[in-house]
Design a protein around this ligand. Structure first.
Ligand code: HPA
Length: 282
């Protein structure tokens, strides 16, 4: 097997390109990744500077409906952010390099924290579509890792630990903000699959026995790359549907987008308060 030979050149090229378009004093502190149907949050960014994924190196192409494929820099709720509207997935055929580069670019731009959002299925009928769930841990059932291949020591160690992947302090801050806003926020384990086919009822029964609270096709590769690079991570799923076999509804991606968009108001309020309370200087 030939691994794509990774060089740092495209990251530096991305950083130079982006920095040449934003004020010199601007350094994003928070990286945001907005999943299916959740992109509207990016419209609240003040003084935005937009970059299409097509104009950046190694960002892939966002082929999924509900994923715009834009990186936007600016101020969200008073803090300097770099926000990905859309993300690459393995099921689109992206290689490991594309799965690494957006997150490493966020790190190289100066981000210290990454907040990831996604659309996911709930394996618990009580946690209904429209609910927000804070991810507390994951199970990587895609058996893909963007860190396979030679390790790039300038980003992180060969064997990065994953025990505190979802930062305990950030999780507490999200729970406190949700409590203050009266938004129901439970915690759950995200079970990551390769996709793109939705699961069978038997698969969902098996995943539930293994500890899945949420099932989705994204996020874990980004968490692995971010933790390898020493970024703090928080992640929130919007439950867009009950997992296959738990309801009579037929699954389809258009419904996923509609439900996620409806829940994005709560997500936006939650992020707003969380970011207001964060101890990061603009
Ligand atoms: N399965 C996997 N990923 C998903 C689902 C699902 O049912 N809904 C949204 N993302």
């Amino acid at each position: 097997m030939i691994y794509s030979t990774y060089t740092n050149t495209n990251i530096n090229d991305n950083v130079n390109k982006i920095k040449s378009k934003v004020p010199e004093s601007f350094t994003p502190k928070i990286g945001l990744v907005l999943g299916s149907g959740l992109g509207s949050l990016a419209e609240q960014i003040q003084d935005p500077e937009h970059f299409s994924f097509f104009d950046l190196f190694g960002f892939g192409h966002s082929s999924v409906k509900g994923h715009k494929g834009t990186l936007t820099l600016g101020y969200l709720f008073g803090l300097p952010v770099a926000c990905l509207q859309g993300r690459p997935h393995y099921y689109e055929g992206n290689d490991d390099d594309v799965m690494r580069t957006p997150i490493r670019t966020l790190k190289a731009l100066g981000c210290e924290i990454v907040i990831l959002t996604n659309a996911a299925a709930s394996t618990n009928a009580e946690v209904k579509p429209g609910s927000l769930v804070l991810i507390k841990d994951h199970i990587n059932f895609s058996f893909k890792s963007p860190l396979v291949g030679p390790n790039d020591d300038q980003f992180g160690p060969r064997f990065p630990p994953m025990d505190d992947a979802y930062d305990p302090e950030l999780r507490q801050q999200f729970l406190a903000a949700a409590n203050q806003l009266n938004i129901k926020l439970t915690e759950g384990v995200y079970f990551g699959v390769l996709g793109p086919a939705y699961e069978t009822p038997a698969e969902i029964r098996a995943y539930t026995m293994l500890g899945a609270n949420l099932v989705g096709m994204s996020t874990i590769p980004e968490v692995i790359v971010a933790r390898h690079a020493g970024l703090k991570v928080a992640a929130i799923s919007t439950v867009t549907n009950l997992a296959c076999g738990l309801s009579d509804e037929k699954l389809n991606h258009d419904d996923v987008i509609v439900v996620a968009a409806k829940a994005s108001n709560d997500l936006s309020r939650l992020l707003n308060l969380f970011m207001e309370n964060l101890n990061v200087t603009a």
